[in-house]
Design a protein around this ligand. Structure first.
Ligand code: HEC
Ligand code: HEC
Ligand code: HEC
Ligand code: HEC
Ligand code: HEC
Length: 443
C-alpha cells in the first residue's frame, strides 16, 4: 500500500506535467524552429494564405500606425507601472516573438526579432492553440509541432480532415469566440483599466444568444466576409462553399481569413487592393441614420444612429484613437449653410465640439490622458451597443426653421489626424475618411 502511494505521489505530478507542459505557453518557452512559416502553409492552403496576407493580423507588427503610436505614446515614461504597460504590447502584436523569447518586452530595435515572428498573428500560432487561460491580454495556450519535419497537430473546425503533411484535430476552441476574445480584450497590466473590450461587448450583447439560430460569433461575421459580401449584422452572411486545401475535399463552408475591420489605410499601404475596399463595405453596413422631422419645428434637430451591423459597440477596439463622428449641415432654400457641426478644417482636424463616439481615459484624478500606459480610469464611453441607438440633438438659432435641407453623415477614420500629425511631424499622411451612412431630408 505504502509503496503504491509513494509511486502515485511521485508519478502523479510527473504525469500532470507531461499532460499540461506542452499546453502552457510562457514567455520564451519554445525554440523558434518549432514554428512553421505561413508561406509553407500557403503551399497547400493557397486561398487562405492570400486572404490572410496583408490582413491586420499579418501586419500587426509592421503596421506603421502601431509602430509610430506606440513609440510616441510610450516614450519618456518614468512610473514603473506605466512602463510595465508600455512593455506589454508585444504579447499580442508579436505573439510568436514572445513565446520564443524575442522580444519579451517592447523594443524599438526589432533587428533581433526572428523573421517569422515579424509575420504577426499567423497560421501556425492560431492553429497550434489548444485553449486560453484567461479572456484578456492573450491567454492562448499552445502545443506547436517541431518544425517542418514534424509539424504536429493543426487544429481546426473539421472532424474528418486528413493531410499528408500534418496531423489534424477538431477543436471546439477554434469554432467559438474565445480564440478571438482572449486578444480582443485588452486590460492595463497594472491598473486593470479596460483599454479594449470587443469580446466583452459581444458577450453581453444580443448576438451572444442561447438560441443557436440567433447566435452569431466573431467568426459568423468576420470569417464569412469576402469581396462584395460584407457579412454584418444587417446583411446576409452566406456560406462560402469551397476547398480548405488545394487537394482537399469540397466543403459546405470555408471560413475566410481576411480579418477585416475598419482599417482601410494600413492594408492599402502594403498595396493590397482587396482589403481596403472590404473594410469600406463593412463600415457601410454597420449603422443607419434617421432624422426626427417633428422636432425640427421647435428648432431641434434630433438624429438617431442605430448600430445595425456590428456585433459589439460601434465603434470598437482602440476607440480612444479611432474617430467616428456625426457631421451635419443645414441649408436654406438658396443653398446657404445656416448651421453645421463636425466639418473638418483645412488640416483635416475635427472641431472641439464635434459629436464623437469614443472612449476617453483619465489619469485617476479626472484629467484626460492620451497615453494608454497612464490610463487609470475610463472618463467617457458614449459608443453605441449592438442593435441599440443613440440620439444626438443639435439646436438651431431662431428664425431658421423653414424650407430647410438637413444632411447628416456618420463618418469614420482609424485615428485622429491631429494625433498622427503630431507624431509623424514633417512626413504627414492624410488618413482617409469613410462615409458609413448618410441621410438628407427637406423640411
Ligand atoms: C487569428 C487566428 C487565425 C489565423 C492567423 C489563421 N487562422 Fe485558420 N482558422 C482560424 C479559425 C478560428 C478557424 C475556424 C473558424 C470556425 O470554425 O469558426 C480557422 C480555419 C482554418 C482552416 C479550416 C478551413 C476553413 O477555413 O474553414 C484552415 C485550413 C486554416 N484555418 C488554415 C489557416 C492558414 C493556412 C493560415 C495562415 C495563412 C491561417 N489559417 C491563419 C483562425 C486562424
Ligand atoms: C502539403 C500540404 C499541406 C501543408 C503544407 C499544410 N497543410 Fe493544412 N491541410 C492540408 C490538407 C490536404 C488538409 C485537409 C483539408 C480538408 O480536410 O478539407 C489540411 C487541413 C488543415 C486544417 C484543418 C484541420 C481540422 O481538423 O479542421 C488546418 C487548421 C490546417 N490544415 C492548418 C495548416 C497550417 C497552420 C499549416 C502550416 C503550418 C498547414 N496546414 C500546412 C494540407 C496541408
Ligand atoms: C494573438 C492575438 C489575436 C488573436 C488570437 C486574434 N486577434 Fe484579431 N487582432 C489582433 C491584433 C493585435 C490586431 C491589430 C493589429 C494592428 O492593428 O496592428 C487584430 C486585428 C483584427 C481585426 C482588424 C481590425 C481593424 O481595425 O481593421 C479584425 C477584424 C480581427 N482582428 C478579428 C479577429 C477575429 C475574428 C479573431 C478570432 C478568429 C481574432 N481577431 C483573433 C490580435 C488577435
Ligand atoms: C454581427 C456581426 C459582427 C460580429 C458578431 C462581430 N463583429 Fe466585429 N465588426 C462588425 C462590423 C460591422 C464592424 C465594422 C464597424 C466597426 O468598426 O465597429 C466590425 C469591426 C470590428 C473590428 C474593427 C474595429 C475598429 O474600428 O477598429 C474588430 C477588431 C472586430 N470587429 C472584432 C470582432 C471580434 C473579436 C468579435 C467577436 C467577439 C466580433 N468582431 C464580432 C461586425 C461584427
Ligand atoms: C491583449 C492584446 C493586445 C495588447 C497587449 C496590445 N494590443 Fe494593440 N491592438 C490589439 C487589438 C485586438 C487591436 C485591434 C483593435 C482595433 O482594430 O480597434 C489593436 C490595435 C492597436 C493599434 C491600432 C493600429 C492601427 O493600425 O490602427 C495600436 C496603435 C495599438 N494596438 C497599440 C498598442 C500598444 C501601444 C500596446 C501596448 C501598450 C498594445 N497595442 C497592446 C490587441 C492588443
Amino acid at each position: 500500500m505504502l509503496f503504491d502511494k509513494t509511486i502515485k505521489f511521485l508519478f502523479f505530478p510527473a504525469l500532470l506535467m507531461l499532460i499540461f507542459s506542452p499546453m502552457v505557453s510562457t514567455a520564451g518557452q519554445y525554440e523558434i524552429s518549432r514554428f512553421i512559416p505561413p508561406e509553407t502553409c500557403g503551399d497547400c492552403h493557397a486561398d487562405i494564405y492570400s486572404q490572410w496576407e496583408n490582413s491586420m493580423h499579418s501586419l500587426a507588427q509592421k503596421d506603421s500606425i502601431y509602430l509610430k503610436i506606440s513609440e510616441y505614446l510610450l516614450k519618456g515614461l518614468s512610473d514603473k507601472d506605466e512602463i510595465a504597460e508600455s512593455e506589454s504590447c508585444v504579447k499580442c502584436h508579436i505573439p510568436i516573438g514572445v513565446v520564443t523569447g524575442s522580444p519579451l518586452k517592447r523594443s524599438d530595435d526589432t533587428s533581433n526579432v526572428p523573421a517569422i515572428a515579424k509575420k504577426g498573428i499567423q497560421c501556425d500560432y492560431c492553429h497550434s492553440a489548444t485553449g486560453a487561460d484567461k479572456m484578456f491580454n492573450n491567454g492562448i495556450l499552445l502545443d506547436p509541432g517541431y518544425g517542418e519535419d514534424d509539424p504536429g497537430i493543426k487544429r481546426g473546425p473539421f472532424k474528418d480532415s486528413e493531410s499528408d503533411f500534418h496531423e489534424t484535430a477538431y477543436s471546439k476552441f477554434h469554432t467559438g469566440p474565445e480564440i478571438c476574445g482572449t486578444c480582443h480584450n485588452v486590460k492595463h497590466v497594472v491598473f486593470k483599466t479596460p483599454l479594449e473590450t470587443t469580446y466583452d461587448e459581444w458577450r453581453k450583447g444580443p448576438y451572444n444568444s442561447s438560441d443557436p439560430k440567433k447566435r452569431i460569433t466573431c467568426q459568423g461575421c468576420h470569417m464569412h466576409q469576402r469581396p462584395g459580401i460584407p457579412a454584418t449584422g444587417s446583411t446576409e452572411r452566406p456560406a462560402n462553399k469551397g476547398f480548405a486545401a488545394d487537394d482537399g475535399p469540397e466543403r459546405e463552408h470555408i471560413f475566410t481569413h481576411y480579418f477585416v475591420g475598419g482599417n482601410t489605410y494600413i492594408p492599402g499601404r502594403f498595396n493590397d487592393k482587396t482589403k481596403p475596399q472590404m473594410a469600406i463595405e463593412r463600415l457601410q453596413h454597420s449603422a443607419s441614420l434617421s432624422i426626427d422631422a417633428e422636432k425640427i419645428k421647435n428648432g431641434e434637430i434630433n438624429i438617431k444612429i442605430t448600430n445595425t451591423g456590428a456585433g459589439h459597440y460601434l465603434p470598437t477596439g482602440l476607440t480612444n484613437i479611432r474617430q467616428m463622428w456625426l457631421e451635419i449641415s443645414v441649408k436654406n432654400s438658396k443653398g446657404k449653410i445656416l448651421y453645421s457641426s463636425g466639418a473638418l478644417d483645412e488640416n483635416g482636424y475635427l472641431p472641439e465640439d464635434a459629436r464623437l463616439f469614443n472612449t476617453v481615459f483619465g489619469d485617476g484624478k479626472g484629467k484626460p490622458v492620451a497615453n494608454i500606459a497612464k490610463a487609470r480610469e475610463v472618463l467617457k464611453d458614449n459608443r453605441i451597443p449592438p442593435l441599440k441607438s443613440a440620439v444626438e440633438t443639435f439646436t438651431l438659432s431662431k428664425g431658421t426653421r423653414k424650407n430647410l435641407t438637413v444632411n447628416a453623415r456618420l463618418l469614420y477614420r482609424i485615428a485622429s489626424q491631429k494625433l498622427l500629425d503630431t507624431i509623424t511631424g514633417k512626413e504627414k499622411e492624410k488618413l482617409p475618411v469613410i462615409i458609413m451612412a448618410e441621410i438628407e431630408e427637406k423640411i
